[in-house]
Each structure stands twice: as structure tokens, then as C-alpha cells.
Design a protein around this ligand. Sequence first.
Ligand SMILES: CC(C)(COP(=O)(O)OP(=O)(O)OC[C@H]1O[C@@H](n2cnc3c(N)ncnc32)[C@H](O)[C@@H]1OP(=O)(O)O)[C@@H](O)C(=O)NCCC(=O)NCCS
Length: 371
Amino acid sequence: MGGDQIRVEQPSTLEHLTEFARLPYHVYRNREAWWPPDIQNEIDLLSGKSLLSTYLEMAPFCARRDGRVVARVTAVINRRYIEHWHEPLGQLIHFEALEDEDDAVSAMIEAAVQWLKARAMLAVRSGFAAFLDYPYAIDNYGSLPSFLLRDNPPSYHRYFKQAGFITEKGQVDYTAPLTPEIQARYRSVSGAASASGVRVRSWRDYGFLAAIDSWTDVTTAAFDKHWGWNPVTRGEVRPMLMSLWETPVADLSMLATIGNEVVGAVFSVPDLSPMLVKVRAGAKLPPERGGGTRGALINIGVLESARGRGVALAMTARSFLAMAELKMRFAGYTLVLDDNWASRRTALSAGANVTGNFVTYRRELSTVHPH
Ligand SMILES: CC(C)(COP(=O)(O)OP(=O)(O)OC[C@H]1O[C@@H](n2cnc3c(N)ncnc32)[C@H](O)[C@@H]1OP(=O)(O)O)[C@@H](O)C(=O)NCCC(=O)NCCS
């Protein structure tokens, strides 16, 4: 532990925000493979120039020891979340830290927590916020996680628990091998759904731009009571997804309709690792993790009125078949709450297994804890 000069700061200049955004390069640089951050996107978000900015109040914090940034976090007040759940919950996103920096991390987290407390927040969460944060890995340390998910070092759990946090939720990531037998099962599931009046189409076949809006509407309605989520708007989702129409996202993402009503939506991506992952020279990714062979279903929702009729399973089957057509050998079914049995059973019925585990942390600010 460095006992030397620890300073907690709130970066605001472009130079300091860039230093903040680049910390993952120091944390993960010795990894064989890792997903680097989108630096510009992060700086835009922190500078209030993102489409999400109207809903957020944010304050980045970093800890320096002997002048060098060793930890970072951003305190967030997400007004949409607070209004939706009627819960004054603050969030800590962007958390990263170097090893053996316990004193610096404690001081920094405490400063961020006090910032939230001063703004009347009664609890703090770290590890899940719609479009902003993803949970902490509790296994597979050192191997490439699914797209969007973390491959944090194990020390992050010690850091959060020392700061008075407890595990609020567990989440799982699934992977299905796209074997010929499993694909045959998908075809029969898909046939059964269409025989019962459920029509599943790719976003490309439905019309990509209209599909984006339908995804937004179905997701906002389907996730209304889903822990951790908040409503999202067409205005913010359109520019996020619009540029993807000429990518395989348009063929892998699905919409389900019954009559004229869109009742289900799936957003899926091809294997983005060849484009985005930093791989050490000479290293090769296992095919179930990436390298061009692992697609992923990122999000699935079905309107309450249409649930329990096989809509989710049919959309999953069609998305995974489309991945197989594009030569992917594995399909991820990414990030399900431990107690979301409807979604977990959908994954199981699609032949997927649990391949990664994650947690989200929480601290009540009204409770006295040993610090
Ligand atoms: C999860 C969700 C997409 C499932 O949609 P659905 O169309 O009702 O699911 P299906 O009818 O295709 O059923 C798929 C499997 O889940 C099971 N299932 C469906 N609802 C269930 C429930 N409430 N409890 C337990 N199992 C359930 C079905 O029996 C089926 O399993 P089986 O193949 O072993 O019989 C839907 O509940 C939903 O939109 N929930 C809110 C949003 C959400 O949680 N999305 C997933 C985030 S990871």
C-alpha cells in the first residue's frame, strides 16, 4: 500500500478528463485480450455533451498517489431512474482502480458518496445503470468477457466491501453452442411460433428505422418493472442505433408481431471482438469468447400481454439461427438477473449454459457502517 501523497480530485479540464478516461489502459494493459474504452464517448458524457446528459447530473472523481491517477469513479444522479422508481438512489459508474491502492480508493469512494449524500441520495449503487454501467465479474478473471461486460480484477470486490457496500444483485451471462442439433431445435421452435400466429422478423426485413422505434417502445414497456432499468426515449436511441443498419445487427436483431402489434423485441450483435478488442500479438481468442465466432443477444423484451406464449424463445431461436448463418459458432445471451426465471428459462430452452457471473453493489446511506 502506498502511504505517500494521496489526493482526491474532481477532473474538469480536457487533459484531466482524458487521463481519467485512459485509466483502463493501465489497469488492463497486461491482459491477453480486453475491450478498451471509447475515450471520446466518455469525455463527451463527462462534459455533458451526450444525448443522456439532459437526464444526468455527474461528477467524476479520481485519486492520485504521487501525482499519478490510481483510481477513478463518477458519481451520478440519474433523474429518470429516481422518478421512475421513486427512489433517491445515486450511482457510481466508471469505477476502475490499480492494485493495492486501498487507501486511495477508500478516500475517493468516500468523496463520491459524500457528493451524492449532499444531494439528498439515500443509497448508492455501483454495477448497473441503463446504458451507463455494467456489473462486476466474480469469475473468469483475466479472460475476455462478453461485449459490454467487465473483466475487473478481483480486488474490486475488496474495494467495494471496504467502502461499506454489499452485494445487491447477482447477474449471469449465458452462452449457447450453435451445434446442428441445437439449430434443428431452433427451427422447430420458430415453426411452432409462426403456426400460433407469432411472426418473427429481422429488423432489416421489418424496416430498420421503424424497428429502432419499436425496440424502444417495447423495451420501455417490457422493462417497466425490471430491476435497475429506467425508461428510454426514441430521441436518444435513434442516433445510437441508426448507423448500424448496414451491419449484421440488422439481420440478427428481431421483432415479433401478433397481427399488427409489435409484442417483442431483441437486440443482437455479431462478434465485435475482431473490430474492438485489443489482443496481444500472437494470442488467439477461444472461439466461445470471440475472434469472429461469438455473436450475442444483448437485450430481449416481450409485452406483458403476450408473455408465456413462446415469443421470447422464438425470437431468440431466430436470432441465433441468423448468427449461425453468418458462421458464428456460439451465441451469448447476455446479462440476466439471478432471479429473472422467465429469462433464465428462455436461455436454457435455447440450449445456453451459464458461462459468467457478475454482481452489482449497493450501500445504504442512512445506515451507519464501520467507516
Ligand atoms: C423474459 C421475457 C422476455 C420472457 O418472454 P416470454 O415470451 O414470456 O417467454 P416464453 O413464452 O418464450 O418462455 C420462455 C421460457 O420461459 C418460461 N417462462 C416464461 N415466463 C415465466 C415466468 N414468469 N416464470 C418462470 N418461467 C417463465 C417459459 O415456460 C419458457 O420455458 P420452457 O421453455 O422451459 O417452457 C419476458 O418475461 C420479459 O419481457 N420480461 C421483462 C423484461 C426482461 O426481463 N427481459 C430479459 C432481460 S435479461
